[in-house]
Design a protein around this ligand. Structure first.
Ligand code: C2E
Ligand code: MG
Ligand code: MG
Ligand code: MG
Length: 293
């Protein structure tokens, strides 16, 4: 009957899907059209330099303005895009859009900041990835030194040899590489030794731990910082929500700070003033912290 009505997808729903798989099914279909309908957007979260309190970079984070379900977060649709192979196209769109936005900020005369883009492990399996990155940098006029590619520690493990090789090529282009969600991905020290990362981004669970269990939290951060520094990598903390966490992280030698304490990810227009003027008064914490230390 549904076939007669030309509504195959609802037929599939009625024949026994639960609500979750119904939603997944609809989203997978809708995602195919999302890019051309301009429903995908990027928000940006600032990264702050611990020493100066200035914005040193932004991280592009994708959102999907779904016509019936409102704004969806990447956790709901990136895995679907990975399953259906759409991640290659979406990843390319994200990279181009983020570079274009960074160039817009440059053209507005704002201080030069780095642009960090999250990559799915599947993107590293694209044979033409290097060519695509080169092409996007050329087309948008963004210098490779301005671009940072974030990959999670656990993602690398899915295809360690190919991804590590690709990361070496990317690093060779002058692009910065950061290891996202560091500490929770189960990388062995020998793997870490082979990954040409410039930055480790400490996973939010360790930042949360600073509040829940300060002595254990401090021990973990201390060992991550010392490991990173001995491998000549710098350290960024993500998910900072309180001044207490910030103060501790600064004391422990963390250089880059991201979190709701400074700003959630926001549409690009909302970041203009932050990039321009630096942080609002309450976050001119440099002198405050230095007095405490
Ligand atoms: P991520 O790269 O580790 O990004 C950090 C996530 O933590 C973001 O969630 C961000 O909104 C959130 N966050 C930042 N500061 C705080 C804080 O202080 N408190 C709390 N509670 N959360 C904070 P979001 O935007 O939902 O992204 C989730 C993940 O989705 C990202 O984790 C990244 O792995 C992935 N992702 C986002 N954009 C893209 C993309 O364009 N491509 C790919 N492949 N993955 C993406
Ligand atoms: Mg990230
Ligand atoms: Mg992360
Ligand atoms: Mg994450």
């Amino acid at each position: 009957r549904a076939k007669e009505q030309g509504k195959n997808k609802y037929q599939i729903y009625h024949s026994g899907m639960n609500l979750q798989s119904y939603r997944t099914f609809i989203l997978q279909n809708d995602l195919r059209k999302a890019a051309e309908r301009e429903e995908l957007i990027l928000h940006y979260q600032p990264r702050i330099d611990a020493a100066t309190g200035k914005v040193i970079g932004t991280e592009a984070l994708i959102r999907w303005n779904h016509p019936s379900w409102g704004q969806l977060l990447p956790s709901e649709f990136i895995p679907l895009a990975e399953e259906t192979g759409q991640i290659a196209g979406i990843g390319e769109w994200v990279l181009r859009k983020a570079c274009e936005q960074n160039k817009l900020w440059q053209n507005e005369g704002l201080p030069l900041t780095r642009i960090a883009v999250n990559f799915s492990p599947l993107q590293f399996l694209q044979k033409d990835l290097i060519r695509i990155i080169n092409q996007i940098l050329t087309e948008t006029g963004v210098e490779p030194e301005v671009l940072e590619i974030e990959i999670t520690e656990s993602a690398i493990l899915q295809n360690e040899n190919i991804i590590t090789k690709m990361l070496h090529e990317i690093k060779g282009m002058g692009i910065t590489i950061s290891l996202d969600d560091f500490g929770s991905g189960g990388t062995s020290l020998s793997t870490l030794k082979n990954i040409p990362a410039d930055i480790v981004k400490i996973d939010k669970i360790f930042i949360d731990d600073l509040s829940v269990n300060p002595s254990q939290g401090t021990a973990f951060i201390t060992s991550i910082v010392s490991l990173a520094h001995s491998l000549k990598m710098s350290v960024v903390a993500e998910g900072i929500e309180s001044e207490e966490q910030l103060n501790l992280l600064k004391k422990l030698g963390v250089q880059g700070m991201q979190g709701f304490l400074f700003s959630p990810p926001v549409p690009p227009a909302e970041l203009d003033s932050l990039l321009n003027r630096g942080l609002p008064e309450q976050f001119t914490y440099k002198s405050k912290i230095e007095k405490e230390v």
